[in-house]
Design a protein around this ligand. Structure first.
Ligand code: CDP
Length: 237
């Protein structure tokens, strides 16, 4: 693969497999992978632990001034863990209590400015795959490759249910469905950078695709971006 590095922006609805694809793609390309949703989840964890009143903008600003977020590579899992003020909070941010509040927190303008500024800095040198809701529209509007992922809502519910059931056997399918519907609604209708497909984003519906199939398709798109297809040649996907 070429040494030219690009930015890959992956956006889409809750639980449509963005992180899985983004992580595998970054590994293949030897790029860094940033899960922007994990940042909003870590901020939500801080707010809940410290009883920050989200409706009060000055309290939100004070709280943000005390938050430091970093991604630290974990040799054992070969993944990056998110650290909140030097504590590895990866084990806590996927809990339902966080999922229930994260979209409310992510809709706050001050929270978004804080997270987006850090995300933009992470992409300065390119060679990055980032997934989220506003990556192709607000964080990296000039990303070379933008993908908008979607999947059938019931497929998404079952995928997330299976994932959450591993750590919480009391979770119900209805709870998961309700949370995904609520987050998709808040994320798509908020005032600040709502979730929507950028005009130049390629749509990827992975309802019927295996992880291997979706990775292959996207690797072809990356290759095309790095080495433009000569006129008249057939793209390979
Ligand atoms: O894993 P899942 O798709 O369920 O969600 P996530 O990527 O962990 O994101 C959690 C929440 O953070 C989303 O529902 C959004 O409210 C928010 N988010 C956002 O507003 N902007 C982003 N770039 C990423 C996440």
């Amino acid at each position: 693969m070429s040494t030219q590095k690009i930015i890959v922006a992956i956006d889409g609805y809750s639980s449509c497999g963005k992180s899985t694809l983004a992580k595998e793609l970054a590994t293949k390309l030897k790029y860094s992978y940033i899960d922007s949703g994990a940042m909003y989840r870590a901020i939500t964890l801080y707010f809940l632990r410290n009883h920050v009143d989200f409706s009060d903008h000055s309290k939100v600003l004070d709280a943000i001034a005390n938050i430091n977020i970093s991604f630290v590579y974990n040799e054992q899992t070969q993944n990056s863990d998110i650290h909140l003020n030097d504590e590895n909070v990866a084990p806590y941010i996927r809990d339902m209590i966080i999922s229930e509040k994260v979209s409310e927190v992510a809709a706050i303008r001050e929270v978004r400015s804080f997270a987006v500024a850090q995300q933009k800095r992470m992409g300065r040198k390119k060679g990055i795959v980032m997934d989220g809701r506003d990556i192709g529209t607000a964080v990296f509007p000039d990303a070379e490759l933008k993908i908008f992922m979607t999947a059938d809502p019931e497929v998404r519910v079952m995928r997330r249910f299976k994932e959450m059931y591993e750590t919480n056997p009391h979770i119900t399918i209805d709870e998961v469905r309700h949370n995904l519907e609520l987050r998709d609604y808040i994320d798509s209708t908020r005032e600040e950078s709502p979730l929507h497909r950028a005009d130049d984003a390629i749509l990827l519906d992975n309802s019927g695709l295996t992880k291997e199939e979706q990775l292959k398709i996207v690797l072809n798109w990356v290759t095309e971006k790095i080495t433009p297809t000569p006129k008249g040649a057939t793209p390979q996907y």
